[in-house]
Design a protein. Structure first.
Lengths: 89, 413
C-alpha cells in the first residue's frame, strides 16, 4: 500500500499517523528536552547537533551541551539547551 | 524489548543500580553506529555525552556491558571503563573489608539481642496498691527487667497473679517490643464476708436498740440500750462453756477457749433522719417564649475553646445540643462540632408568700420521704416551717424517727 492511500485511510478513520504511517512522535518539553519515539537510529551525535533518522526524514536537533539521556531500540531522549528542531527530507 | 519513557526508565535505572553499572568511554571514528547497534540489540544506554570529536561517555549495566564490548569490536570502537558504580560493586568492595562487615553484622546482632529482653514492666490498673503488690510479686517470682522475652510463659504468671490477688477479675499479659504490659481489672468485692469468716455485727449508725435477734454469736446489747456507730452488737467470739467463769475467759482473752463464729442476726434500732429545704418567697422561673435560633459550635476540649457561629438575638436564652459530631477519634483529641438550639426565655418573678412557700417546702420534703429505703418503718414524723432571719426564705425541716436494721458485719482485726 502506498503512503498516499495510507494517509487517506488514516485521515478518514482519524487514526493516529504515527501508527498507520509509521511516523515518529516527537515530544518537546520547553527548550530542555526532546523525546523521539519510533526513530530509526542516530546518524550523528555531537554536543551541539544531533541527527536522528526517522521515517519522516532526518530530525535535526541543535543546541548546546546536548546529551542522550536514554537510548533504546525505538525511543531516544535528548536533553540540553535546545535551539532548533528541523526536519530534513 | 520496548521500553517506554518516564517511570519505566526510572525503574530500569533503579534495577541497574542494584545490579551494578559502569560508566564507559567509547572512542572511535563512528561511535554513533555503536549506539544504534546497541539500541537494536536492546542494550540500554543512558547519559550519553560527547567529550571530544572521537569519544563519548555513556552508562551501561554490567550484564549489558559484555554484549556491548562484543559489538564494539565489530564497529571498531574501543571501550574503556571509567567508573564502576552500584550496589553490586559496593558489596564486592565490602567483601574485601571483612572487619567492616563483621562490625555491621555485630551491630545488627546486638540490636536483636538487646531487644529480646524485657526492659520495662508496666502494670496497668486503677488501684495503685494492687499495682505495687503485683509489681513486687512478679519480682519475687523472677519476672523482672532483663528477663528473656522469648518462651516467656505469660499464662503461668497470669494464673499466679489471679491466684494471689482475688480481687482481680480479668487480667492480660502481653509483650510489646521490650515492654511487658500487664493489664488488670479489679472487681468490686462484695461487702458481705464469706460464710465461714468469723466476724462481729456492729452498729452502722447511732440509735436505740428496739429488738435484737442473734442467729449466731452472742448478743452484747439488749433492747433499750443506746449504741453509737461502731459498737459491737453481736459478737462472734463465743465463750465455750467450761468450769471457769465467763469473767475469767474475758480477762485471759485466750483464743483456745473462745470459739470464733460468723455472727449473724437482726438488730432493729430507733434512729433519726433530718432534712431541711430552703424555699425563697419570690420564685424565679425561666419561661421559654417559643422563639428558637439555631447556631453552630466548634468545641475543643470540654472547657478549653468554643467557637460559635450564628448570632443569637436574645437577651436571655437556654441552649440545647441537637447534634454532635466528633471530628477526631477520641484517642487523638476532643474536637467536636455541634448544632445547638438557643431557646429564648423570659424571667418571671412570682411572689409566693409564706403559705405557698411552705407548701412548696412540704412537697420537696415528701419527695425525700419517698426516696428512703423500703425496709424502714417510720414511727414518728415531724415537719417544721420557719422564716429565716432576713425573711426572704421559708425553711422547712423534716425530722423522722424510724426503726431500721443497723447491723453490719465486720471482720476481726
Amino acid at each position: 500500500m502506498s503512503d498516499g492511500i495510507k494517509k487517506r485511510i488514516s485521515d478518514a478513520l482519524e487514526l493516529p499517523g504515527d501508527i498507520v504511517l509509521n511516523l515518529p512522535r516527537v515530544i518537546v518539553t520547553g527548550n530542555i528536552s526532546v523525546f523521539v519515539e519510533n526513530h530509526k537510529g542516530i546518524v550523528e551525535y555531537d554536543s551541539d547537533r544531533i541527527r536522528i533518522n526517522t521515517a519522516a526524514g532526518t530530525v535535526i536537533v541543535k543546541g548546546e551541551g546536548l546529551l542522550i539521556k536514554s537510548l533504546v531500540a525505538d525511543e531516544v531522549t535528548i536533553e540540553g539547551r535546545l535551539k532548533l528542531i528541523e526536519f530534513e527530507e | 524489548m520496548t521500553i517506554k519513557g518516564g517511570p519505566a526508565v526510572l525503574f530500569i535505572k533503579l534495577w541497574n543500580y542494584f545490579r551494578g553499572y559502569v560508566i564507559i568511554k567509547i572512542s572511535g571514528e563512528y561511535a554513533e553506529r555503536l549506539l544504534n547497534q546497541a539500541a537494536l540489540k536492546s542494550i540500554y544506554l543512558w547519559d550519553v555525552r560527547r567529550i571530544d570529536s572521537k569519544a563519548l561517555i555513556a552508562g551501561v549495566s554490567v550484564s549489558d556491558f559484555l554484549s556491548l564490548s562484543r559489538l564494539a569490536r565489530k564497529t571498531r570502537c574501543r571501550i574503556l571503563i571509567l567508573r564502576k558504580a552500584g550496589l553490586f560493586f559496593l558489596l564486592n568492595r565490602a567483601r574485601r573489608r571483612k572487619v567492616l562487615l563483621a562490625g555491621a553484622g555485630l551491630f545488627i546482632a546486638a540490636v536483636y539481642f538487646l531487644s529480646s529482653f524485657i526492659w520495662s514492666i508496666d502494670v496497668i490498673t486503677q488501684n495503685p496498691q494492687l499495682k505495687e503488690a503485683v509489681e513486687s510479686d512478679l519480682r519475687q517470682w523472677g519476672l523482672k527487667e532483663g528477663t528473656f522475652k522469648y518462651h516467656l510463659d505469660t499464662k503461668y504468671y497470669l494464673d499466679k497473679i489471679l491466684q494471689q490477688h482475688k480481687e482481680v477479675a480479668w487480667g492480660e499479659i502481653r509483650v510489646k517490643g521490650s515492654r511487658l504490659v500487664i493489664e488488670l481489672i479489679e472487681k468490686k468485692m462484695p461487702p458481705e464476708l464469706e460464710e465461714n469468716t468469723p466476724c462481729d455485727i456492729i452498729a452502722s449508725k447511732d440509735g436505740i436498740i428496739e429488738e435484737i435477734i442473734p442467729f449466731k454469736g452472742e448478743a452484747l446489747v439488749k433492747p433499750g440500750d443506746t449504741v453509737s456507730a461502731g459498737d459491737v452488737l453481736i459478737t462472734g467470739r463465743v465463750a465455750i462453756k467450761s468450769d471457769q467463769t465467763r469473767e475469767d475467759l474475758k480477762n485471759q482473752a485466750d483464743q483456745t477457749r473462745v470459739l470464733l463464729v460468723h455472727a449473724g442476726g437482726i438488730v432493729k434500732a430507733r434512729t433519726w433522719y433530718q432534712k431541711a429545704v430552703k424555699i425563697p418567697l419570690v420564685k424565679v422561673e425561666n419561661i421559654p417564649t417559643g422563639r428558637v435560633k439555631k447556631a453552630y459550635r466548634l468545641q475543643l476540649g470540654k472547657n478549653v475553646l468554643k467557637f460559635q457561629w450564628g448570632k443569637v438575638p436574645f437577651a436571655l436564652y437556654e441552649t440545647e445540643t441537637v447534634e454532635e459530631t466528633r471530628l477526631l477519634p477520641e484517642s487523638i483529641g476532643d474536637v467536636r462540632f455541634s448544632i445547638i438550639n438557643c431557646r429564648e426565655v423570659q424571667t418571671r418573678r412570682q411572689f409566693l408568700g409564706v403559705e405557698k412557700a411552705a407548701q412548696e417546702a412540704e412537697k420537696q420534703l415528701l419527695e425525700v420521704l419517698e426516696s428512703l429505703p423500703e425496709d424502714i418503718k417510720i414511727t414518728r414524723k415531724r415537719m417544721d416551717f420557719a422564716l429565716d432571719s432576713d425573711e426572704k426564705n421559708v425553711i422547712g425541716s423534716l425530722t423522722l424517727e424510724v426503726i431500721e436494721d443497723i447491723g453490719r458485719e465486720q471482720e476481726f482485726n
